[in-house]
Ligand binder design. Structure first.
Ligand code: SAM
Ligand code: SF4
Length: 329
C-alpha cells in the first residue's frame, strides 16, 4: 500500500508522458513554451510500463490516468495503455488531453483498453480559444470529443478553467454544450502552477462565483456528498438531473484530506502532491539495475512523506518549481 502518515492511501496514479504541448494555455505556460526535458531524461515506454506494473501489482494502484504536457504527443501511448490494461488486477484507465489529434486516435485508444477521457475545453468561441490557448484549434478539440464519445471512451468528461475577463462569462454556454452532447462538465479553479507565475488569488474565478453564474440559468442541487469519496469535484444535479456539473475548488475548497493521488513525471520523479516541493527520483534506480522491490520501497517512502495539505492559503506558500505541464494535471 502507498500510505502516508495522515491516514490517506494513494490508489490513483497520474502518469505524465511528456512535458511538451501543442497549445500554450495562458494559465499553464508562456507563449514561447518551456525548456522541454532532454530526450534521454524522459522515461522510455518500457520504463513507464515497468513503473505502472510495480504500482498496480505491488503498491495497490487501481486507477491510472495518462496526462502531460499533451499525452497524445507521445507516439507510444496506445502501447502504454495496452500494457497497463493487460495487468492483473486490471487498473481503470483514463486520459487527460487537450483533444487535439483525439479524433484520429480515439478508436486505437479504445482498442488498447482505455476506459475514458477528460478533454480540456475552456471556451466555445474560436477567438477566445485563440487568445486563451494561443492556437486556433477549437474545431479539432470539438471533433476529438465527439470521436471519443463515438469510440466508447465514456463518460467523456470536460475540464474547464475560467479566466476573469477572458471566458468567465461562458460557464452557462459551456454547460449547455456539454448537456446537449452528453459530456460531464467540471470547472476547475485556476491554481498557482503556471510556469510564468502569473496567478493572482484576487483574479481567480472562485467556485462560489462559478456556481453563482450557473445558478442564474440552471437550478443546481448538491448531489449526495457521500458518493463523492476522494473525487475532487463537488457535483450538482442540473435542473433536477440526471445530468450533473462539477466544480473543483482546489484553492477555496481544498480536498487534501481525501486525496488518493500520486504522480509520476515524464522524467521518472514521484511527486506525492501537485504542490510538492520535493520529488523522489526513480530514474537512477530504473537505470541502475534496482529490483522491483527496491523501486517499490522508494516509492512507498515518497508517499509516506506526503504533507497534510497544499497550503496555498498559508502566507508562506511557495509555488513548486515544476509547472503544471511538467507535473501532469
Ligand atoms: N494537456 C492536457 C490537457 O490540457 O488536458 C493534459 C495536461 S493539463 C496540465 C491537465 C489539466 O490541467 C487541464 O485540464 C488544464 O486545463 C489544467 N490546468 C493547467 N494549468 C492549470 C492551472 N494553472 N490551474 C488549474 N488547472 C490547470
Ligand atoms: Fe498544454 Fe494542457 Fe498546459 Fe494547455 S493546459 S498548455 S493543453 S499542457
Amino acid at each position: 500500500m502507498l500510505a502516508d502518515s495522515h491516514g490517506r492511501v494513494a490508489t490513483d496514479l497520474r502518469v505524465s508522458l511528456t512535458d511538451r504541448c501543442n497549445l500554450r494555455c495562458t494559465y499553464c505556460m508562456p507563449p514561447e513554451g518551456l525548456d522541454w526535458l532532454p530526450k534521454d531524461e524522459v522515461l522510455t515506454d518500457d520504463e513507464v510500463n515497468r513503473l505502472i506494473a510495480i504500482g498496480v501489482t505491488a503498491l495497490g494502484i487501481t486507477e491510472v490516468r495518462f496526462t502531460g504536457g499533451e499525452p497524445l504527443l507521445r507516439r507510444g501511448l496506445p502501447g502504454i495503455v495496452a500494457a497497463a490494461t493487460a495487468l492483473t488486477p486490471r487498473p481503470r484507465t483514463a486520459l487527460t488531453t487537450n483533444g487535439i489529434g483525439l479524433a484520429r486516435v480515439a478508436p486505437a485508444l479504445a482498442e488498447a483498453g482505455l476506459d475514458r477521457v477528460n478533454v480540456s475545453l475552456d471556451t466555445l468561441r474560436p477567438d477566445v480559444f485563440a487568445r486563451l490557448a494561443r492556437r486556433r484549434r477549437l474545431d479539432d478539440v470539438l471533433a476529438g470529443m465527439a470521436a471519443a464519445a463515438a469510440a466508447g471512451l465514456t463518460p467523456v468528461k470536460v475540464n474547464a478553467v475560467l479566466m476573469r475577463g477572458v471566458n468567465d462569462d461562458e460557464a452557462p454556454e459551456l454547460l449547455r454544450y456539454c448537456l446537449d452532447h452528453g459530456y460531464e462538465l467540471r470547472f476547475i479553479e485556476q491554481m498557482p502552477l503556471d510556469a510564468q507565475h502569473g496567478w493572482r488569488r484576487d483574479d481567480m474565478v472562485t467556485a462560489d462565483e462559478i456556481l453563482d453564474r450557473l445558478s442564474a440559468v440552471y437550478s443546481l442541487e448538491a448531489a449526495d456528498a457521500a458518493t463523492r469519496g476522494s473525487a475532487p469535484a463537488e457535483l450538482f444535479r442540473v435542473d433536477g438531473g440526471p445530468a450533473t456539473v462539477g466544480v473543483i475548488g482546489s484553492v477555496t475548497r481544498p480536498f487534501c484530506g481525501a486525496c488518493d493521488r500520486v504522480r509520476l513525471t515524464a522524467d521518472g520523479q514521484i511527486r506525492n502532491c501537485l504542490f510538492a516541493r520535493e520529488e523522489s527520483d526513480l530514474r537512477p534506480l530504473l537505470r541502475g539495475g534496482a529490483t522491483d522491490a527496491e523501486i517499490a520501497d522508494r516509492w512507498r517512502a515518497a508517499v509516506a512523506a506526503k504533507l497534510p495539505g497544499h497550503g496555498i492559503d498559508d502566507p508562506a506558500f511557495l509555488q513548486p518549481a515544476r509547472p503544471m505541464s511538467a507535473i501532469g494535471g
